[in-house]
Design a protein around this ligand. Structure first.
Ligand SMILES: [Zn+2]
Length: 95
């Protein structure tokens, strides 16, 4: 799906609709010593096996596209998630 690079969205800081620039969101690396990571490791990898709850056997084939929108007036950033699963997305500059 083609998504315009620049969109008019509501900015919470400006209080009006302003043009935003979209950027692809990439999740960062998980911290190895964070509490959640250690808990997940304890649940799934430690001990004598057995089946832990909520272990996905089949991975999902698609992802909900997530972008970071930056206000061009004040520079505030916010997430923009398209609530639909799709295989491919492309940011296209509006002509
Ligand atoms: Zn703004």
């Amino acid at each position: 799906m083609h998504i315009p690079k620049e969109q008019k969205m509501y900015c919470t800081k400006c209080g009006t609709h302003t043009s935003h620039k979209l950027k692809q969101f990439k999740p960062g690396k998980a911290r190895t010593m964070a509490w959640g990571t250690r808990q997940n490791l304890r649940k799934h990898k430690k001990g004598y096996g057995g089946k832990a709850e909520f272990t996905a056997t089949v991975k999902k084939q698609t992802k909900k596209p997530t972008f970071i929108a930056e206000c061009l007036v004040c520079g505030r950033k916010c997430y923009k998630v398209i609530p639909k699963r799709m295989k491919k997305t492309e940011l296209v500059s509006a002509t």
